[in-house]
Write a protein that binds this ligand. Structure first.
Ligand code: C5P
Length: 234
């Protein structure tokens, strides 16, 4: 058997939040800190994997032992991820990828002018990288495990879990790591930027969800264990 859970496996991990430019000094961004992605990279490295970390903006430093690509936008993240995925056993999409980008990027700084109406930002959709990874795997007949993340909020009609199950089916990845975001009972944000996390790991093959809670590293270790079980079983 393998001495370590991911010994010799090549793992691509995306992390952080993309920034979509509006002009040379402004962007649309999101609250992702990159902490969960970095914890996954550390956990996979500790499990013996070769790790390629493709990261957009993060509040934390990437681990030294990972190979790294730094990107800004969703389109850059997509190009780097699709190219790295070609040789990967596992791809984990932990990055917060902007669903939309400004349709045009102004070459000069957008100015306020009293003689012109205030600007309106038009957005266009970014490609869904996770969906593309699943399509590439099928087209190239790769044996590869693809893991998505989902930050869900429940509402009056459905809880976060049922939205997550629908997302897992729609995206076609093997595992979906789900956390419920938004204000908790105390009104404080539950996940973004925080040190702890609480997730459910859903499997497309119908295996029961695995719950994990604790530090982002403990959650990462749980995700790595589920991944290693899947690789062992195929
Ligand atoms: O649809 P939603 O953004 O909630 O899905 C989250 C998952 O999809 C994450 O794994 C994220 O990295 C991935 N994603 C992506 N490309 C996008 C948007 C999200 O790969 N354009």
């Amino acid at each position: 058997g393998r001495s370590q859970l991911l010994q010799g496996r090549r793992v691509v991990i995306t992390a952080g939040g993309t920034r979509e430019p509006l002009d040379p000094v402004r962007f649309l961004g999101n609250k992702s800190s990159g902490k969960q992605g970095v914890a996954l990279a550390e956990s996979a490295l500790a499990a013996g994997a070769e790790v390629i970390l493709i990261h957009a903006h993060m509040d934390v430093a990437p681990p030294r032992d990972a190979k790294q690509h730094s990107v800004d936008t969703a389109l850059e993240l997509r190009a780097a991820t699709l190219s790295a995925a070609a040789g990967a056993d596992v791809v984990i999409m932990a990055a917060a990828v902007a669903d939309f980008r400004p349709s045009t990027v102004s070459t000069g700084k957008i100015k306020k002018r009293d003689d012109v109406a205030d600007p309106v930002i038009k957005l266009v959709r970014n490609p869904d990288i996770l969906v593309e990874l699943v399509a590439h795997r099928a087209a190239q007949n790769l044996s590869q495990l693809i893991v998505g993340f989902a930050a869900e909020t429940g509402d009056d009609e459905h809880d976060a879990r049922s939205y997550a199950e629908a997302k897992l089916a729609r995206k076609g990845c093997d595992l979906l790591v789900v956390n419920e975001v938004g204000p908790g009972e105390t009104g404080q944000e539950k996940v973004f930027g925080r040190d702890g996390n609480q997730v459910e790991i859903l499997s497309r093959d119908g295996a029961g969800p695995v719950q994990a809670a604790g530090s982002k590293r403990q959650v990462a270790d749980a995700v790595v264990r589920v991944i290693a079980e899947r690789l062992g079983a195929t």
